[in-house]
Design a protein around this ligand. Sequence first.
Ligand code: COS
Length: 390
Amino acid sequence: MVDFTLTDEQLSMREMAHDFAEKEIRPVAWEYDRDGTWPREIIEKAWELGLMNNHFPAEYGGPGLGYLDGCIIEEELAWGCSGISTSLTCNGLATAPVILAASEELKREYLGRLSEAPLLASFCLTEPDAGSDVSGMKTTAVRKGDKWVINGSKCFITNGEYANWYTVYAKTDKEAGHRGISCFIVPRAAGVVVDKHEDKMGQRASNTATVVFDDVEIPADHLVGEENKGFKIAMMTLDRTRPGVAAMATGVARAAMEFAIEYSRQRVQFGVPIAMHQAIQFIIADMATKVHLSRLATYNSAALLDQGKRNTLESSHAKRFAADSAMEVTTDAVQVYGGYGFIKEYKVEKLMRDAKILQLYEGTAQIQRLVIARETLLPRRAEEPAPSHA
Ligand code: COS
């Protein structure tokens, strides 16, 4: 039976996350957006409350929550501000490869660091010339005795400026395409240099940096999983994290819809609140459908993971639909506000800028369609069980 009725635990988690978003995130969200303020204090408070790293298994200091639980929390945090929620949830992306494939020692050391203190980790896949085309990466890792030596640079790295350690993908066999990529944990202290802090259109409270590895040496045992199996680890990671992006998109769309509803009840034109005009009602109705379906697709993609099933197709459905919907709903919210929606003083303007990145990061809207097309044209792949290791 299909049933997304939330349990009492999930309802109280949602309430706690909503409360945090309302009291700690919303009051500063527009100011942090304006100034590009990185939310250090909010990260520390969220960590204290257990709103971060909640997917870590108990043996590494976490509560071991499920993927659906995580999505419920992420929707609420993004309802508060998706720039701040991106900062709060980025550890999930950096640690997914570690949980999937790292040795016991690496898990204890590096997940332990994030459990014991409000520290951050970053996921380093994208390069200036290798975004959607992961196999085109140029960063290399060369084995020298009991060390790996890493050279290259990674761009658009969330929390890159503040991370304590990095999950880094590098070529270990330059001739082997996607079969020549490996995954490593690189501690910041090994000599990682932060090169550039991006000034972004939206999600301005999140930190986005370029990080450079110039002959950075790490111990040989900092390889995550097997050598040359990094591409699959990256793909399996994204299967696990795209539902979270879809949840954030649902939160952004819901926030925009709520502002549009509130405004349409107050704004009077032609003698009545504009909510009385069918033209506005139909916009609100479309928003409500998109928020509802985004959430259902998100829950579906996360629930499959919780059941131990492969969710590549559903994860891309959820990410692409929820992100495209967030862009449409926030744009329509600006439309409901009319000329005021274009003015920074009104809150929906920020939401429209924030929504854009949801169609870009963790796989563009076009990459999601590519995955959906492949999985739909070759349905056999969709039926395969989730690989338990890379
Ligand atoms: N789970 C497990 N294995 C997977 C997989 C998944 N979800 N997706 C692909 N693979 C495997 C394939 O089975 C194939 O295995 P073999 O080597 O055994 O044949 C291998 O990985 C290569 O797959 P594919 O041929 O589909 O690779 P492509 O180079 O065509 O790339 C896309 C596929 C484009 C979908 C991939 O590169 C991608 O997702 N790009 C976007 C990256 C991204 O999201 N970047 C954002 C940065 S993170 S913020």
